[in-house]
Ligand binder design. Structure first.
Ligand code: NAG
Ligand code: NAG
Ligand code: NAG
Ligand code: NAG
Length: 474
């Protein structure tokens, strides 16, 4: 009896601590503004917000896979050098930090180098570096003999993003050819300006490239060949996975309910209302303007056809009036002009998305042009059993199963009518909406969890190590 009661109390305690954590994050998130990001797949110092939130918290931990031995176990005692183009809360660096901690978790020796640092001291950099030091990651200056020595001695060197390629010549100089055979190049971007010889000329000679989606990998293959006349090395596609922390909140119905009530109350949205959200930094590339147009048209159609559905609301999470003033002013003017003030809500950029995912009914992923490289928010939303209305572009197409876990629409103005249709469809078909959410969750459990990502990364690292070794022996 006592045992049972104890277990029950522990259970409750865990639930409460989860909620407190999430709520705390919600309030601190308001002041935790991220640097702006305008384009998808932009790993420049403007951050990839959609891949960035939540990663700092996630990264701070060792992964213990419950399912058997850790697939990265063979990295024990290996020396790994991680070269990041910058250190910030944006997607690329945080993902590399996750890798650093995963490797530390199996006893690898990990050294971190940030190739571009602002001359003045920076609070974010300071705290991230401390986080790494706490976890036993060594942080080194990008320049100097020590960096060269480690690069020569390392079993594996990971370059993060295309821009990090500049570090090779600048620091290693004559030693570049000796290091290239053990370089794994992790690429998260597909903006045109990354296809520069000065960044990627060594790409053909590294052991491998690792890219977040097939579409992005295909794009790199085409562009390097056609624009630069160089050939990609062996390229591995590694889809990302949801952290255990996110999954815990997503799978805890009590936390979800509390967060849902809290956020809805703060927005003035009733429990029975239907809430659609875009969670991305506000910018034209993310398509909030086109989404609002579709949302407005949906509301009109529902009115005209007298469909009996709850009130529709939209929330734009990722507002940043300091950075995207012109575009965001445009959005806000549209809302006023169409008299949507009561049902369209803006929320500032935040590192913490779980509370919003817990409180919405549908996620809209409306990234334009080539879409997202991957789009981590998509798998995070699916973990919360949300259907996704996404553009048929980029990584979204590899995540969302059209008609099953969500509905896809074309990018651009041509896609607005289709998105409108899909909004009305999900608003009027409750059963369909809920089923899609469940299917999305199943898909995440099948292939978009952290252990899946670790498994995929482990396969790549194993091959790269072997290649490096056989090269060293020959
Ligand atoms: C990053 O952006 C800055 C300005 O925002 C620009 O000067 C710089 O060239 C960009 N770097 C890359 C690698 O795109
Ligand atoms: C790459 O090029 C091929 C043929 O030129 C084309 O069919 C394909 O759509 C291109 N892929 C991307 C991602 O641009
Ligand atoms: C949102 O950000 C703006 C500045 O960009 C700030 O003035 C405002 O207070 C923030 N709102 C909240 C709720 O934190
Ligand atoms: C998605 O499915 C719908 C039908 O359910 C179809 O009309 C549409 O063309 C599909 N879109 C893509 C990109 O496959």
């Amino acid at each position: 009896m006592a045992k049972q009661a104890n277990a029950w109390i522990m259970q409750k305690k865990k639930k409460w601590s989860l909620m407190v954590l999430a709520l705390f994050s919600l309030s601190t998130a308001m002041v935790f503004l991220m640097r702006s990001a305008f384009d998808s797949c932009n790993a420049n110092s403007s951050s990839r917000f959609e891949e960035g939130r939540d990663r700092a918290a996630e990264a701070v931990r060792v992964v213990r896979s419950n399912a058997g031995p850790n697939p990265l176990q063979f990295m024990k005692s290996k020396l790994v050098l991680l070269v990041s183009h910058e250190l910030s809360l944006s997607g690329g660096p945080l993902l590399l930090m996750e890798l650093a901690f995963l490797l530390r978790g199996v006893g690898a020796e990990v050294v971190w180098i940030t190739s571009q640092k602002p001359p003045e001291s920076d609070e974010v950099i300071y705290s991230l570096e401390n986080k790494m030091l706490d976890r036993g990651v060594q942080v080194l200056s990008a320049k100097g003999q020590k960096a060269i020595d480690i690069a020569l001695k390392a079993d594996l060197v990971v370059l993060n993003t295309a821009v990090a390629g500049k570090w090779l010549d600048a620091v290693l100089k004559d030693n570049v050819p000796r290091v290239l055979p053990k370089v794994l190049w992790w690429i998260h971007e597909m903006r045109g300006h990354y296809f520069k010889v000065e960044y990627v000329k060594h790409l053909p000679f590294v052991a491998g490239a690792m890219i977040d989606s097939h579409t992005t990998a295909e794009y790199w293959k085409n562009r390097t060949r056609e624009r630069l006349g160089i050939k990609m090395p062996k390229t591995y596609v590694v889809h990302l996975g949801n952290s255990k922390e996110l999954m815990e909140i997503a799978e805890d119905s009590v936390s979800r309910r509390v967060l849902r009530e809290h956020v809805r109350e703060s927005l003035g949205v009733r429990n029975e209302d239907l809430l659609f959200a875009i969670i991305n930094s506000v910018s034209r590339g993310k398509g909030q303007d086109l989404f609002l147009r579709a949302f407005h048209e949906s509301v009109q159609i529902i009115k005209e056809k007298k469909f009996q559905v709850p009130s529709l609301h939209a929330v734009i999470v990722g507002s940043d009036m300091d950075k995207q003033t012109k575009f965001e002013t445009e959005l806000r003017n549209f809302v006023i002009e169409k008299r949507l003030q009561d049902c369209v809500h803006f929320v500032n950029k935040t590192l913490t998305v779980a509370p919003y995912l817990a409180s919405i009914d549908v996620l809209v992923q409306n990234s334009q042009a080539r879409g997202e490289c991957f789009g981590r928010i998509t798998i995070e939303a699916m973990a919360f059993q949300l259907p996704v209305l996404g553009t048929a572009a980029g990584g979204t197409m590899e995540i969302v199963v059209n008609g099953t876990t969500g509905l896809l629409h074309p990018v651009g103005k041509e896609g607005v009518a289709s998105l409108t249709n899909n909004i009305v469809k999900l608003a009027t078909h409750v059963e369909r909406r809920l089923t899609m959410g469940k299917k999305g969750y199943e898909r995440v459990k099948e292939r978009f969890l952290e252990p899946h990502m670790v498994q995929r990364i482990a396969l790549v690292l194993r091959e790269v190590l072997q290649k490096a070794k056989s090269h060293a022996n020959s």
